[in-house]
Design a protein around this ligand. Structure first.
Ligand SMILES: NC(=O)C1=CN([C@@H]2O[C@H](COP(=O)(O)OP(=O)(O)OC[C@H]3O[C@@H](n4cnc5c(N)ncnc54)[C@H](OP(=O)(O)O)[C@@H]3O)[C@@H](O)[C@H]2O)C=CC1
Ligand SMILES: O=C(O)[C@@H]1CCC=N1
Length: 268
């Protein structure tokens, strides 16, 4: 099975490294392209894989094509490869936000086998949580193949496409939101006199320990909030302050804004 990556930036590079590290794929099975043949060669040499001098040639050689370009570049790429995909059995994996299956098929034809995958940045350490939505023409074996591929890189969930945008917000985008939370706590400690590096190290340990505890003990958020909040103590003062300042509504707004943008992009 040959896997072709159109676009080899942050996400594709992490996927390629993860697939090779996990031994799911050998370097000989991977081909990539970037925006120019020179850049493709340099990246391929660095990763120990092959490159194609153009996207059409890459598609001709691949069984699975992973589209790893930014959404703004995707229409040109889809137009470029459409004739190679039409009437083929090739599987096209799109990791782009804002391109639903219908929109991708409007370029590649209604019969094209499209799977939308939304990984997240944690794929760089094979800790992605990836959402998968398939067009309705996949066989069970084909679905299994794509799922197995992304299982090498973390946890996967198969989703109805209507839920894909919500998944994108809480899984694809949330590393940025989580980093904002960590930054906020860190700088609040700096304001109170701790050096930045020390404050960030403490915050990261506290956050990662909290995640492990919640998973290990299968605690709900409110179980933990109640356990930490001593009656008449310090935590409940902070919890009340966050509630008063609209912490939860802010997150609702952020997720809604993310979903709205994805839906608008799919309509463009
Ligand atoms: N970043 C994230 O956290 C996540 C991103 N995504 C999605 O992943 C996709 C890629 O994002 P990311 O990896 O961050 O982006 P990058 O900008 O890091 O990578 C994009 C790649 O596309 C290449 N490229 C541009 N034009 C072409 C072309 N015509 N033919 C072939 N390759 C081309 C670029 O090459 P060059 O360097 O030569 O310009 C570059 O290697 C996006 O669609 C995004 O929505 C999904 C989940 C999470
Ligand atoms: O910001 C974006 O559009 C992409 C999709 C998920 C994470 N990054």
């Amino acid at each position: 099975m040959q896997i072709g990556f159109i676009g080899a930036g942050n996400m594709s590079t992490a996927i390629i490294k993860g697939l090779i590290d996990s031994r799911f794929t050998s370097p000989e099975q991977v081909t990539l392209t970037k925006s120019t043949a020179e850049r493709s060669k340099a990246q391929a040499d660095q990763l120990g894989v092959a490159f194609s001098s153009n996207n059409t040639e890459l598609v001709q050689q691949a069984d699975i094509i992973i589209l790893g370009v930014k959404p703004q570049k995707l229409p040109d790429v889809l137009n470029e490869i459409a004739s190679e995909i039409k009437d083929s059995k090739k599987i096209v994996v799109s990791i782009a936000a804002g391109f639903n299956i219908t929109k991708i098929q409007s370029f590649l034809g209604d019969e094209a086998k499209i799977v939308r995958v939304m990984p997240n940045m944690n794929i760089a350490i094979r800790r992605s949580v990836s959402g998968l939505s398939f067009s309705d023409n996949f066989s069970v074996e084909e679905k299994q193949l794509v799922s197995e591929l992304f299982e090498q890189l973390g946890v996967t969930y198969e989703l109805a496409e209507k839920d894909f945008v919500t998944f994108t917000a809480i899984a694809g985008c949330s590393p940025a939101f989580t980093a904002m939370y960590i930054d906020g706590l860190t700088r609040a400690a700096v304001k109170n006199g701790l050096p930045y590096e020390l404050a960030q190290a403490i915050t990261l340990e506290a956050v990662s320990g909290t995640l492990e505890l919640m998973k290990d003990k299968t605690l709900s958020s409110w179980d933990l909030i109640n356990q930490v909040s001593s009656p008449g103590g310090t935590t409940i003062e902070g919890v009340a302050s966050l509630e008063n300042d609209g912490f939860i509504p802010s997150l609702f707004h952020a997720v809604d804004a993310t979903i709205k943008k994805d839906q608008e992009m799919s309509k463009e």
